[in-house]
Design a protein around this ligand. Structure first.
Ligand code: MRU
Length: 364
């Protein structure tokens, strides 16, 4: 990914310190925060300094590595159990968080001593990050094939490179197509209440030179009905074994609109986002966040100050579910790092058995 022409990953670790782009400050300020302990990194996941399913997993892998580096050898198992439970409590819907914690734990199980554990933890966390970036690139290559010489795409929230170590998922096919010279225009839904579409997607597309128009979430129906849209591509926070998808709140109504107007609706995600333990979307835990995010907004004043203002009456109350579930029946296909597949149980089982490096296009 490029920021003002310089290549970055969203999160990286250097000598035990986790560094990340501060997504709370974007698009107004580009800042890097450095987090010396696993508790700092866990807090950055919880407070959404870093957000987006893939990179939450990457950050969790690095946090587990920090926990290994910090753990006293005499009480290693207790220290790691505490670190795991702190991390598990940060964001409940993002499957990649749990994938990373479990993979880190499994990778440490055969280690003989503290030195080996430390080396293994750092190597495994780095592998999780590198594979996340590679998966995004593969999704881009698979997914760009669905975009013709020109396309107008609606995306929701931010499933771009800010939501992964690099490349992203929903935006990866757009970046690949753009680099191949295809004419792509993106409509980014604003994504209330935290505005990831307006604040993050529009910003990162601009960094890559992809034309983008922000629309209010409420405008999507009208834009689709007017025939302006070639397809919808969104990301996923967790995919159930039957193909139901949990993604940012507002994804489900977009899928209903797409079906009503016969516009293809694609979900792009790495296989690490698939949770075979959830039989259907009903089993996916849906994070509910503070009502403050609905009742207040943060933005830049005309004289350049970040300010938080209330947008509802002082005694108004709100609910703030962060994700919704889109049933598999509304999904045209899943664009994964191992190919494009139908959102149905058998195709999902098959792709989870496939060799990690095998990219096969199984377009339904
Ligand atoms: O709450 P967030 O910002 O962490 O939500 C994640 C998302 O941005 C979206 O749901 C996205 O489409 C999937 S993350 C790759």
């Amino acid at each position: 990914m490029r920021v003002q022409g310089v290549s970055y990953r969203t999160v990286w670790m250097d000598r035990g310190v986790v560094n990340m782009i501060d997504q709370r400050a974007l698009p107004f300020h580009f800042a890097i925060v450095s987090l010396p302990t696993y508790r700092d990194t866990a807090e950055a996941i919880r407070d959404m300094t870093v957000r987006g399913a893939g990179v939450i997993g990457v950050a969790a892998g690095y946090a587990m590595a920090q926990a290994v580096l910090e753990a006293p050898p005499a009480s290693f198992d207790d220290a790691m159990a505490t670190a795991e439970s702190v991390l598990r409590a940060t964001r409940p819907t993002a499957q990649n968080l749990f994938y990373a914690i479990e993979r880190m734990r499994a990778s440490l199980s055969g280690c003989r001593d503290a030195a080996q554990r430390r080396a293994q933890a750092v190597a495994c966390a780095q592998a999780i990050a590198d594979e996340d970036a590679a998966a995004g690139e593969a999704i881009g290559m698979c997914g760009q094939a669905i975009l013709g010489a020109s396309a107008t795409v609606i995306t929701h929230c931010n499933a771009g490179w800010l939501a992964f170590a690099d490349w992203g998922t929903a935006l990866a096919p757009i970046y690949q197509a753009h680099r191949e010279g295809k004419r792509i225009h993106v409509y980014a839904t604003e994504t209330r209440p935290r505005s990831q579409g307006a604040k993050l997607t529009a910003w990162e597309l601009a960094q890559e030179g992809v034309p983008c128009t922000i629309i209010p979430d409420t405008a999507a129906g009208s834009v689709i009905r007017r025939g302006l849209i070639t397809c919808v591509i969104v990301g996923a926070d967790r995919i159930a074994a039957n193909g139901d998808v949990a993604n940012k709140i507002g994804t489900y109504p977009l899928a209903v609109l797409a079906q009503t107007h016969r516009v293809p609706f694609y979900v792009a995600a790495p296989t690490t986002t698939i949770d075979l333990a959830c039989a259907t979307g009903d089993a996916i835990p849906i994070e509910e966040r503070s009502e403050e995010e609905v009742l207040w907004v943060t933005g830049l004043t005309a004289d350049g100050r970040l300010e938080r203002v209330r947008i509802a009456a002082a005694d108004a109350r709100a609910r703030n579910w962060a994700f919704d579930v889109t049933p598999a029946s509304l999904i045209t296909a899943l664009i994964t790092n191992r190919g494009i597949i139908a959102a149905e149980p058998r195709a999902i089982r098959d792709i989870m058995r496939a060799h990690p490096s095998g990219v096969t296009a199984l377009i339904p």
